[in-house]
Write a protein that binds this ligand. Structure first.
Ligand code: ATP
Ligand code: MG
Length: 509
């Protein structure tokens, strides 16, 4: 049992048993208490009741150091790396080979390389963490735990930030770890992954455990029913798109990152009202840089970007937002919200100037409270009230607050970067439906997602981004086979003369 100081009962009478050499899934909706249970096992939170037995012995896990000493490693839902340090330094941090009082950098690099090689992770250990994409950060976190000799490895949504290829690589590694007698606790909202890799699954609902099941004997439908307590529709019908006027126009866009590396390479495309343009691709192929320009976060680019007929060069983020552009950012902890502010403040952080909410002298707080309550209910944000600090919500619920805020601004253009990352099956369904509703109402939607099922089922046109260009564009996304898409994503296939196709494909449809 775990009750947080604000009275939230996050774990109630939970039982979980792990066998040596198994991959054990922990399943449950956002806020069900999965991360809390793992924090108890890793010594971050202390339980209010109950006991932990390790190899048959009752034990108390007093701190993360204590957990590590007992052979438990944890990769958290949100990154815990030091951005200004190198990959190697992060991996060995705390257990570093020292030379006098300094970290022995040369040996650190060598040891980090050795461990990366041993587990077959292809990463540059000399790169600084702040400069690497999220997918690589995740790998660094896993290596860090392995370096500390973890026998039991807790992975809290490790694949949420990985591409299908990276997930595949990770699974090969996890299977090897399992064969070597390691035990893995695997948290994920992607039920297919659980089917693929896990032996048993424990399901949590509202802080309680709903039982442990053999994964082999269970369908994904059954899993979601046990988690949510009702039937979840995992497939939905969609009408053909009705394209309207161009709302987003990108011409000859070229972007270099801060190290001068070319990230977006003479890219041109249009997005019309009433359509969803999906962008698939392996992380790091320019998607983030493209979004940064379209949303005004980066002013340093060549080419032109027009949002609702206005050239956005030298326009501030606020001015662009005022052109009815909504943005669900990729990294919700960094740029999505303010953890120390409460839910209501976060919900309105970008709309204090809207007429409905600002009175002559002060904000109409009644109106705002009413709306906040409505949105919390609509997006099923699990919280005690709108006064709760966002930093104390579960990972998926933080994302829901951001989505609620962005969707409530009455947008005509939505840039959704990994909108359902870390979101449970029920709420993902809701968000996808909303994206389609916005499309049907004439909104231009740009959907960037590492979830291939998501881009394939939602996109009216689907572009695959590779090395800063579109390698392929599909106008019949639902018909595209995943492995064909994979070939474009990895640069094995590339269509020539796409420049024309990306305009024409929307003109002729
Ligand atoms: N530090 C905290 N203080 C107070 N309440 C908290 C804290 N951390 C989590 N909670 C609450 O405990 C409950 C369980 O949260 P937890 O993070 O364990 O959920 P989860 O199952 O991991 O969800 P998700 O899938 O969204 O990651 C939630 O209602 C959350 O708001
Ligand atoms: Mg969690």
């Amino acid at each position: 049992m775990k009750i947080y100081s604000n009275g939230v009962v996050a774990n109630e009478d939970v039982s979980l048993d792990l066998k040596k050499g198994e991959i054990h899934a922990l399943l449950g909706e956002n806020g069900a208490g999965k991360s809390t249970l793992m924090k108890v096992l890793f010594g971050i939170e202390s339980p209010d009741q109950g006991k932990i037995l390790l190899k048959g012995q009752e034990t108390a896990i007093k701190s993360p150091q204590d957990a590590i000493a007992k052979g438990i490693g944890m990769v958290h839902q949100h990154f815990m790396l030091v951005p200004s340090l190198s990959v190697a330094e992060n991996i060995i941090l705390g257990v570093a080979p020292v030379k006098g009082i300094f970290i022995d950098k040369k040996r650190a690099v060598q040891e980090a390389r050795d461990i990366a090689e041993k587990y077959n992770f292809h990463i540059d250990v000399t790169a600084r963490v702040e400069e690497i994409p999220v997918g690589v950060k995740q790998k660094v976190e896993i290596l860090k735990a392995l370096y500390r000799g973890a026998e039991i490895l807790i992975l809290d949504e490790p694949t949420a930030v990985l591409t299908p290829q990276e997930t595949g690589e990770l699974f090969v590694q996890l299977k090897k770890l399992k064969e070597n007698g390691h035990t893995v606790i695997f948290i994920s909202h992607k039920l297919d992954e659980i089917k693929e890799i896990c032996d048993r699954a424990t399901i949590m609902r509202n802080g309680r455990s709903m039982g442990t099941y053999q994964v082999a004997g269970m369908s994904t439908d059954e899993m979601s029913r046990l988690m949510v307590g009702r039937e979840v529709v995992l497939k939905f019908e969609k009408k053909p798109a009705e394209r309207r006027q161009t709302l987003m126009q990108v011409r000859d866009l070229t972007v270099h990152n801060s190290q001068g590396v070319l990230k977006v390479d003479h890219l041109s495309f249009d997005v019309k009202g009433g359509e969803i343009l999906g962008i698939a691709g392996v992380e790091g192929n320019g998607q983030s840089e493209l979004v940064e320009v379209m949303t005004g976060l980066n002013q340093n680019y060549q080419g032109t970007v027009r949002v609702a007929n206005t050239d956005i060069r030298k326009k501030s983020i606020k001015e662009i937002r005022n052109r009815s552009l909504a943005h669900i950012p990729e990294d919700r902890m960094k740029s999505g919200c303010a953890g120390t502010l409460n839910i209501l403040e976060n919900l309105f952080s970008n709309q204090y100037e809207r007429k409905e909410f600002s009175g002559r002298m002060f904000l109409k707080s009644r109106e705002m409270q009413k709306k906040a309550k409505e949105w919390i209910a609509q997006y099923r944000v699990k919280c005690s009230s709108y006064k709760q600090k966002v930093g104390m919500l579960s990972g998926g619920n933080i994302q829901k607050v951001i989505v609620a805020r962005e969707f409530s601004t009455n947008p005509s253009i939505i840039i959704a970067n990994q909108p359902t990352r870390g979101i449970d099956v029920g709420a993902s369904e809701l968000i996808r439906r909303r994206l389609l509703e916005f499309r049907d109402a004439g909104c231009a939607v740009i959907l960037i997602s590492a979830d291939l099922n998501e881009v394939l089922s939602l996109s009216d046109r689907l572009a695959v981004m590779y090395k800063g260009q579109f390698a392929g564009i599909f106008t019949d996304a639902e018909q595209v086979a995943e492995d064909l898409l994979g070939q474009y994503m990895l640069g094995i296939k590339k269509d020539e003369k796409l420049e024309g196709a990306i305009y024409e494909s929307c003109e002729t449809l």
